[in-house]
Write a protein of this length. Sequence first.
Length: 369
Amino acid sequence: MTTTPSATTTLPAQTSGTAPQDASTPIPLRWIGPLRISGNAAEGETHVPLATYESPLWPSVSRGARISREVDTGITATLVDERMTRSVLVEARDAQGAHAAAQAIDDRFEELRAVTGKTSRFAELLAVRHEIVGPLLYLRLEFATGDASGHNMATLAADALLTHVLTHIPGVTYGSISANYCTDKKATAVNGILGRGRNVTADILVPHAVVQQRLHTTAARIARLNTTKNLIGTMLAGGIRSANAHYANMLLAFYLATGQDAANIVEGSQGITYAEDRDGDLYFSCTLPNLIVGTVGNGKQLPCVEDALTRLGCRQDRPTGANARRLAALAAATVLCGELSLLAAQTNPGELMAAHTRLERSTGADDEQ
């Protein structure tokens, strides 16, 4: 797939096996930007691909990207942590037996690391966390997985570790290879606290003049709306470790364009937006603790995905894991662009709906809001 940065193309529907491809369900895709990024995982300017049916998303993210280019350092993306998890369940006769098994597993951590290393040259056991419910022992296994998002790698390692535990730890029996304490594709407190995937915070300091000229608002109004809408509104709704306007919109579009497992936007869209008025300048950040992305693995060999990852600079000869970290940083920066643009629009009565009406009834979806 080749495209100019502003052109609309389609991401073809993909099928597995020998079934014919259904070309009647394309997903429109545009390259937006460039956005300017800095930090410990990515530097420079790059366009980003977004595959979506919601056409107003393109100009909204484009507005955020334009603002990033008007700040010297652009958006700073800080990768805080990375780990993929899989939980398993073993059962004892009672809680005392489950506790004794947990202690024995902790004592054998280096042994378990060696078992993990035999399942993949990229898998590394980072930690084992446990919870006990009566006779049930839930083990949350945390792995480094290189440039892969790591679902299958973690499950393969978990299967080997579970076999090892059942063989060498007395008093426990098999419960399940997947015990929902991971937690995979579900919004949970444990993922928000401990993280699953790449944990990235993207932030930017937007000068007063840029806020006024490009966003048509003020830092004070955005900061107040973030408190009343994202924080208090989400609390009233019972949100789980999350306070943002629409992370899922940008993540789904980015995930589809770069060959990610789209269902991971469930936990991926957990995150917290922070906004602060600094003497008229706007400090704005998006923290995403569950960015599950990879640059190798299932689906990444498709031509359209290969092209996207290459253009994003995520196919270069770097140390293991660096391409996936870059991709996670770009995902977080893209989320910030869309989040900032939407919150700014919502500080002005009528702007959001007027923009949707204008853009969805015209062909000018490249226009910035």
